[in-house]
Write a protein that binds this ligand. Structure first.
Ligand code: GTP
Ligand code: MG
Length: 701
């Protein structure tokens, strides 16, 4: 391909929707009708091959998409770069980064279930990145399918200005094709795989409905085009060309959503949808893309899809593969050719582009060069997801995508010591590829903790660790980071004495311990009020050290003691037997022996939890929060959608995503973040202390 891409003939689109609505099945048909693949294979198909875009074994086994896959194809004279995304909320980052770089999208809906919870989430993501979209109402072959009702839901639930540009010819088992309201023609799919489109007159019994529906579409399109508006008022005939033009304008302005329909599985309505993509979705030139000029205090500027301007591109997805890191790039401006030097704006590093490819799911085709408006992948360009690259002539960065916080974590360790190298390699790869998958080491428990978007998310990585890195792992329930603190002042006089035979040990310290305000983050303070040399000056630091050492491990449940001021104001020593070590040991004993009189308590992390979902579940959501020792802090309702704010102890949040999902038919969502530490209730504390003491007793037997 030459570097001169005719941008009017390019569409970069994504397919996003609620889980299982048929995105991958639709992608498979698109690839087949555009000649990219030569046979159709089904998701969960009996032939055991699996759909092209679900190339991972795990995807094929589970029958769900986990990673988004990119491909390209040509429909008539239009080049389409296509990304199929997963529907499950745990893999939402894949939708996020696809929508970040795509110019348009197809929102797929099930013709029976209509607008579902993930349709709402995906719609929100499309709004976040201002992505113009078409709706495709799929599964019209299923019992109960009703595209009119689903279009109503698009209008009511998503507040989209959705208008049917087609009518179904037959529903359920009678579904054979669609009426095109722009051309006023019937398109009927025939042939073994629906590859033949028979263009016919509209069936006589549908003609009246079709005329009415077209008039309604013309009325909607009139808002975006003067010619159509005038003709609409004068009740004159609007030509297909004029109508298409107006619908296109409304769609690109994000004010109109044309509704297509069919059955991907039964090979109906896919080719007319592809025509819709070419007619109504924007070219790279139709979309406004902004960068921040680092030389001008991050001033915003508009990038131009011009191959002659300085290069600007965004790395939006990484995969660590057989040939090294594969980096997916959206080129916004300029031209890139194999062998070019490019600059990573995130770290100033200069790298050579060793290999440039176009992706076709898990296959690739080498190319020499590419330019603005295109989506390509590169090998050997090490970077993080979201990095901006330029040719060094400009100092621009592109704003990155939204990365949601992790909500669940799990302790993980390799089953066999021998696979620990692979274990680290795996974790490295996963965290690099997926910004919502995080790994850290818990200093207290010395466990490796992985965290992510949900139980399925973590489960997938545990499974991939086994399959791709040959490393079986053991997982545990994640440990919550508890703390201990004291609630009142306690005086002490402590003597450490060991004077039998040989050289002896002697130290005496007197003073007090008292609480510090933990909410101000004051964990420890040491106060020296010794006068008159009752403790020689050289032994004072040993007291401080001894205190700190003991505070690392509390006496209630073995977690660190925070929020304590330790003061020494008197003491005693022995000319020969006193030493640093003696004072250190004495200081530790001072805490141990007097901790109980300072009335210690166990502290737990409290999370700020925000749960949202359809209003009818508000009562259920509040009930679940109360059951988990949560405190409701407020709630709001908006357009049938309610949000409940609360504070809940982290310990009580395990398993919540599952419980919430099942209590709200999968429609509830939540976010949580750390708020503060607070004492656990007395009975909970007593139980924890008892368990800890039993564990210690068992260990010391
Ligand atoms: N009856 C019927 N079933 C369909 C249709 N399209 C897809 N399916 C079935 O619905 C199931 C899910 O299809 P997929 O294509 O995997 O759905 P998806 O949206 O890619 O799913 P995720 O990527 O996991 O979110 C499969 O069993 C498909 O065979 C359709 O038009 N009619
Ligand atoms: Mg899929």
């Amino acid at each position: 391909m030459s570097s001169m891409i005719d941008l009017d003939k390019v569409r970069n689109i994504g397919i996003s929707a609620h889980i299982d609505s048929g995105k991958t099945t639709l992608s498979e048909r698109i690839l087949f009708y555009t000649g990219r693949i030569h046979a159709i294979h089904e998701v969960r198909g009996k032939d055991g091959v699996g759909a092209k875009m679900d190339s991972m074994d795990l995807e094929r086994e589970k029958g769900i998409t986990i990673q988004s896959a990119a491909t390209y194809c040509q429909w008539k004279d239009i080049q389409i770069n296509l990304i199929d995304t997963p529907g499950h909320v745990d893999f939402t980052i894949e939708v996020e980064r696809a929508l970040r770089v795509l110019d348009g999208a197809i929102l797929v809906l099930c013709g029976v279930a209509g607008v579902q919870s993930q349709s709402i989430t995906v719609d929100r993501q499309m709004r976040r990145y201002s992505v113009p979209r078409l709706a495709f109402i799929n599964k019209l072959d299923r019992a109960g399918a009703n595209p009119v009702r689903v279009t109503e839901q698009l209008r009511e639930k998503l507040k989209l200005n959705a208008h049917m540009v087609q009518l179904p010819i037959g529903l359920e088992e009678k579904h054979i094709g669609v009426v095109d309201l722009v051309e006023m023609k019937a398109y009927i799919n025939t042939g073994n795989d629906g590859e033949v489109i028979e263009v016919k007159d509209i069936p006589a019994n549908m003609l009246e409905d079709a005329k009415k529906a077209r008039a309604s579409l013309v009325g909607a399109a009139a808002d975006f085009d003067e010619t159509v508006a005038e003709k609409f008022l004068m009740e004159e005939e609007v030509s297909p060309e004029e109508l298409r033009n107006a619908v296109r304008k409304g769609t690109i302005a994000l004010q109109l959503v044309p509704v297509f329909m069919g059955s991907a599985y039964k090979n109906k309505g896919v080719q007319p949808l592809l025509d819709g993509v070419t007619h109504f979705l924007p070219t790279p030139k139709d979309v406004k893309n902004e960068a921040l000029d680092q030389d001008k205090n991050e001033e915003k500027l508009e990038l131009k899809s011009d191959p002659k301007l300085p290069l600007v591109m965004l790395a939006f997805k990484l995969e660590d593969g057989r040939f090294g890191q594969l980096t997916y790039m959206r080129i916004y401006q300029g031209t890139v050719t194999k062998g070019d030097m490019i600059f990573n704006m995130a770290n100033g590093k200069k790298v050579k582009v060793p290999r440039l490819v176009r992706m076709h799911s898990d296959e690739m085709q080498d190319i020499e060069t590419s330019s603005a408006g295109d989506i390509v992948a590169m090998f050997g360009v090490d970077c993080a997801s979201g990095d901006t690259f330029t040719d060094g002539k400009v100092n621009y960065t592109m704003t990155s995508m939204h990365v949601p916080d992790a909500v669940i974590s799990l302790a993980i360790a390799p089953k066999e010591k021998t696979s620990s190298a692979n274990f680290s390699k795996g974790l490295n790869k996963f965290t690099k590829e997926d910004p919502t998958f995080r790994v850290h080491r818990d200093e207290e428990s010395s466990e490796t903790i992985i965290s992510g978007m949900g139980e399925l998310h973590l489960e997938v990585y545990v499974e991939r660790m086994k399959r791709e890195f040959n490393c079986e792992v053991i997982t545990g329930r994640p440990q919550v980071a508890f703390r201990e603190t004291i609630t009142q002042k306690a005086d002490f006089v402590t003597v450490h004495k060991k004077q039998t035979g040989g050289s002896g040990q002697y130290a005496k310290i007197a003073g007090y311990m008292e609480p510090l305000p933990i909410e101000l983050g004051q964990n420890y303070e040491f106060l020296n009020k010794v006068t008159g040399g009752s403790i020689p000056r050289e032994f004072i630091p040993a007291c401080d050290k001894g205190f700190q050492e003991q505070l690392k491990k509390g006496l209630l449940i073995g977690f660190p003691i925070v929020g304590v001021r330790m003061c020494v104001n008197d003491g005693g020593y022995h000319d020969v037997d006193s030493s640093e070590m003696a004072f250190r040991i004495c200081a530790m004993a001072a805490i141990r022996e007097n901790y109980a009189s300072a009335k210690p308590v166990v502290l737990e992390p409290i999370m700020k939890v925000e749960v949202s979902g359809p209003e009818e579940f508000q009562g259920t959501i509040m009930g679940q929060i109360n059951q988990r020792r949560g405190m409701i802090q407020g709630s709001t309702a908006n357009e049938g959608y309610s949000t409940v704010e609360s504070e809940v102890p982290l310990t009580e949040m395990f398993g919540y995503s599952t419980d919430l999902r099942s209590a709200t038919q999968g429609k509830g969502e939540f976010t949580m973040e750390f708020a503060r530490y607070a004492p656990v209730p007395r009975n909970v504390q007593d139980e924890m202390v008892k368990k800890y003491q039993e564990k210690r007793a068992a260990e010391h037997k």
